[in-house]
Design a protein around this ligand. Structure first.
Ligand code: SF4
Ligand code: SF4
Length: 136
């Protein structure tokens, strides 16, 4: 379990992202990204869209979202947002928290437009102020 303050900042980051993803970015990562999927755990998602598989090695499947993910609606919403089918990476991206308790590293993926454009900078500053290492 991570620190409560950190938890709050991460939740607030996802809220900011929600607005930005649809309002400004138009779901870019759902149109020109790659998902790294677990072949067994995410088989239902993968098997529905075999045409999007671009590589497979051991238990990892690389899935292309180009030109748009089959689950992206015309108005840029994820049709499986609250569904078990949604890949873990889609629920977490672009934030990844590694570690536990005080030994935590927070990654804000720079390939995300919101991260790149500084939309989450204030939250990143707050996380650093708590003493955590942030990579972005
Ligand atoms: S690239 Fe980032 S800002 Fe754009 S839709 Fe994906 S998560 Fe949202
Ligand atoms: S499953 Fe949803 S969030 Fe993931 S790439 Fe497809 S539309 Fe985007």
């Amino acid at each position: 379990m991570i620190n409560k303050e950190l938890d709050k900042i991460i939740s607030s980051s996802y809220k900011l992202l929600e607005e930005f993803c649809m309002g400004s970015c138009n779901a870019r990562c759902c149109k020109e990204g790659f998902l790294r999927l677990d072949e067994k755990g995410e088989s239902h998602f993968i098997n529905r869209n075999p045409q999007n598989i671009i590589d497979k090695k051991e238990n990892i499947v690389i899935f292309s979202t180009h030109p748009r993910c089959p689950f992206l609606s015309d108005n840029n919403q994820c049709k499986i947002h609250k569904n078990k089918l949604k890949p873990v990476i889609c629920s977490l991206y672009p934030i990844k928290v590694i570690g536990d308790k005080d030994d935590v590293l927070v990654i804000f993926h720079p390939s995300c437009r919101a991260v790149y454009e500084g939309v989450l900078n204030e939250n990143i500053r707050k996380i650093r102020a708590l003493g955590y290492i942030v990579v972005c």
